[in-house]
Design a protein around this ligand. Sequence first.
Ligand code: DC
Length: 224
Amino acid sequence: MSIVVAIDGTAGSGKSSVARAVGAALGLPVLDTGAMYRAVTLRAMRAGIDPNDAAACAEAARRARLAVEDGRVHLDGEDVTVAIRGPEVTAAVSTVSAHPEVRAELVARQREWVARHGGGVVEGRDIGTVVFPDATLKVFLTASPEERARRRAAQEPEAVGRDVDAVRDALAARDARDAGRAHSPLRAAGDALVVDTTDRSIAEVVGLVLERLGSGTGEPRGTG
Ligand code: DC
């Protein structure tokens, strides 16, 4: 049985930084599933598809050639690592990712990715609840709305120059859509390690995750 670490949480909770650091510490590859939903959203937008059109979005997902490796995202042969972080994609991705047919396609690809890599650190919204309910360890990260907005304003090209209040409101709206959707909503698995990252450094959070992995519940089981 290979090691799978599921890291879920709200936007700006520190998922990506923690996932990268945990992956480096364990020598495991990292899969950013949000990047997959963003790439499908970009593909749909470029094709002029209405984000509310479930069938057309699902078709865009099924036809997409997607490669997510080492922090870079390729869509139909093009490097879209930067393009998928643009404001139009960010505004539409919650709508596109709420369609069950889109999710079914991407969840299958996420499971295939992990099988092909022999395990991994997988970050998203429904990894511990739906994609890998038998993950070696499930982590759910939260942070205060103010702190999340501050991090986003400092990081994301789309957020730079916008005031923290506007970023906080946009994040809150996206989280409400992600948590309120009917299929695979954002929520912590019952057996997840829940960590509030507001006043913790990345290193501290990573320390908690590795500690939990080394103790009872999340005993690393070695690959193969
Ligand atoms: O992690 P992110 O902010 O880049 O994710 C973008 C969107 O993708 C997020 O608002 C909801 C969706 N998403 C999802 O529905 N399920 C996942 N496992 C990952 C992301």
